[in-house]
Design a protein around this ligand. Structure first.
Ligand code: HPA
Ligand code: ZN
Length: 324
């Protein structure tokens, strides 16, 4: 099965570029920028990656991102991920970036996005990996800050396929960003949102109704509402599931309890993704392998998951045809 997974062509649809920041590269860039990291070694830092909930992870994830300062840093970060993507037989990837994590520290939007785009262009050239960029708003920040970020993205309208919503879910419901998402859609962006990871199934309804999303990121807690499951299944709304993330953030207590197989059985359009691979212990292949082992998935399941990933991608129909 491991070999089958390795050879299976995949798309990745839920990957935070800041969450692919491996400790080795973090130390290298910190030294280059003469920034101090409050850990004595790579091992020491990795040992700190023990989380009991989403917020534990977010605190350390934002602290890690503080090291990133130059266009070269964002290039190196993205390039390191693309090498991993290529090794994982990812032919197409749609990556999130969190501009507010950087602009709030005085790092210009332009430098962040241009470093990322340079690397994505090189990934296309060197590896043939196609890619799209999704700009994610931090939901713990204000609507006003999200509007400012949307404005900063306007010169790059053609480089960003969609806007998303991430960070601390509980207490920050989708409707907080309804007006920003309305504006983004008016400008031609597609929309996605993290929902039902830690937050309740009502937030999945909110993402669908108030934000008009094309996909739900995570969506695990949708299973608590049968009407919602029926809607997601009828409309074939893609869910970008991240098994190792769910385990590390204790959304599931044990991989054997992961609802992915149940979701497939209910006819939901599920995909498998790595979320923040540097923090959660694996890239896409490790995520496929972990659920395959724990839930006894067969080759038909895996083939379906991979096919779903391409069908759910923000590619034009003629582009998708190359992969299906
Ligand atoms: N959930 C919410 N915010 C995030 C995540 C996530 O899985 N990863 C990075 N930011
Ligand atoms: Zn995520």
């Amino acid at each position: 099965m491991e070999q089958f997974i390795k050879n299976l062509p995949k798309a990745e649809l839920h990957l935070h570029i800041e969450g692919s920041f491996e400790p080795e590269l973090m130390f290298k860039i910190a030294e280059r920028n003469q920034v101090k990291i409050p850990f004595s070694s790579v091992e020491d830092l990795r040992n700190a990656y023990q989380f009991s909930k989403l917020q534990d992870f977010l605190d350390i994830y934002y602290a890690g991102a503080n090291v990133l300062q130059t266009r070269q840093d964002f290039y190196d970060l993205t390039w390191a991920y693309l090498q991993k993507a290529h090794e994982n037989k990812i032919l197409h990837t749609e990556i999130f970036f969190d501009p507010q994590t950087h602009t709030s520290r005085g790092v210009p939007f332009q430098l962040v996005i241009e470093g990322i785009i340079d690397a994505l262009n090189n990934g296309r050239k060197e590896f043939g990996v196609s890619s799209k960029l999704i700009m994610s708003f931090l939901r713990h920040l204000s609507e006003e800050s999200a509007f400012e970020t949307l404005n900063e993205a306007l010169p790059y309208r053609d480089k960003i396929v969609a806007v998303g919503l991430d960070s601390s879910e509980k207490g920050n419901p989708p409707e907080k960003f309804e007006r920003v998402f309305d504006k983004a859609r008016e400008l031609g962006f597609l929309t996605v949102a993290h929902a039902g990871e830690e937050g309740p199934s009502e937030y999945v309804w909110g993402a669908l109704h108030d934000l008009n999303v094309s996909r739900i990121d995570h969506g695990n807690r949708s299973l608590e509402d049968n009407d919602l499951v029926a809607l997601l299944s009828d409309e074939q709304v893609p869910l970008t599931i991240c098994p190792l993330s769910n385990l590390k953030l204790q959304v599931v207590k044990d991989m054997g309890e992961h609802p992915l197989k149940l979701m497939l059985d209910k006819g939901l359009k599920v995909t498998v993704n790595s979320d923040d691979p540097a923090y959660f212990g694996g890239y896409v292949n490790e995520n496929y392998l972990a659920v395959t082992k724990a839930l006894q998935l067969n080759k038909d399941h895996l083939y379906r998951l991979a096919r779903n990933s391409f069908e759910s991608a923000f590619l034009l129909p003629e582009e998708k045809q190359r992969y299906l």
